[in-house]
Design a protein around this ligand. Structure first.
Ligand code: NAP
Length: 284
């Protein structure tokens, strides 16, 4: 015998009606819901590559995006224009992540022009020319640490100060962008870069546990080999293609594929994810 037709109310209550299984505050509020306007989001290194893809995706999901950059004003303006064309809200701010005063000024502008901070993506990162370990000098290692480790540290302090519920903030989320190099060590290429990312992993683990009680979720994304301009900075623009046959999926990743993991960790859909790592590596 055919089942009696359910009313739409009955349909939506199955299985949501199971008490306790669904948080009524977040039910139906997917990370993809562009209608939910969110607070301001600072994305460092938002002018190019993974940061630019994250800025565009986050803006489409209702975040008001402040994208930081170092010196490529044209690229940063291009990302802002693309977000504006799509109906989103964004500003670009030149701020060296290794400089405390510049970082504080960037967060001030984000909150003044876009509203209270709800998230940070610590994405800005650099590498230098491919080199064997013995050819890496101390000055270079300091430069790497300044941008890849001290920078995220300074930005996370600013963000935590503003979002912490213990200081009157509304809580929020921080996503740090590490690298698969933290696991492999990048021998014969970038051991200094890999070490800076390994330290960022540890910083994330500790901060995540300190920040969770004050309403701030901190997590990590570890990209593998992604098609961006970063590899040219290392002296090998086609590095991703050269390494493709070492990747189980036999191809490099696209910035947008990393952006989706970052934006998920920022979102309410990741409401119980703390101190976790998402690898976006094609299987490396
Ligand atoms: P990218 O294309 O080279 O872009 C780097 C971004 O960082 C640019 O927006 C740049 O600004 C900004 N930046 C550099 N130094 C800065 C500083 N001191 N202060 C502020 N901003 C600064 O890099 P990407 O490949 O997208 O990489 C993004 C993140 O993913 C990095 O943390 C990187 O280590 C990580 N990652 C990348 C890969 C990969 O295969 N691409 C793999 C693993 C991890 P300007 O435009 O002004 O120069």
């Amino acid at each position: 015998m055919a089942e009696p037709a359910r009313t739409s109310a009955q349909r939506t209550r199955l299985p949501l009606a199971v008490e306790g299984l669904v948080d009524k505050k977040t039910a139906g509020k997917q990370e993809g819901n562009a209608l939910t306007m969110k607070g301001s989001l600072v994305i460092t290194g938002g002018s190019r590559g993974i940061g630019a893809a994250t800025a565009i995706l986050a803006a489409s999901r209702g975040y008001k995006v402040c994208l930081g950059y170092l010196r490529n004003e044209v690229a940063a303006a291009g990302v802002v224009a693309e977000i504006s064309r799509a109906g989103g809200q964004a500003i670009a701010v030149a701020a060296d992540v290794g400089d405390e005063a510049q970082v504080a000024a960037m967060f001030d502008r984000a909150e003044t022009e876009l509203g209270p901070l709800c998230g940070l993506v610590n994405n800005a990162g650099i590498l230098e020319s491919q080199a064997v370990f013995s050819a890496i000098d101390v000055a270079r290692f300091y430069r790497l640490l300044r941008t890849n480790l001290i920078g995220p540290f300074i930005c996370a302090k600013e963000a935590l100060r503003r979002m912490s519920t213990a200081r009157g903030g509304a809580g929020g989320a921080i996503v740090n962008v590490s690298s698969v190099a933290a696991r492999t060590g990048a021998p014969f290429e970038y051991v200094d870069y890999a070490a800076s990312k390994g330290a960022l992993d540890s910083l994330t683990a500790g901060l995540a546990r300190e920040a969770a009680p004050v309403g701030v979720r901190v997590n990590l994304v570890r990209p593998g080999f992604i098609y961006t301009e970063m590899h040219a900075a290392g002296g090998e623009p086609d590095r991703v293609d050269r390494l493709a046959n070492t990747i189980p999926m036999a191809r490099g990743g696209k910035p947008d594929e990393v952006a989706r993991a970052i934006v998920w960790l920022l979102s309410d859909s990741a409401s119980y994810a703390v101190g976790t790592t998402i690898g976006v590596t094609g299987g490396i």
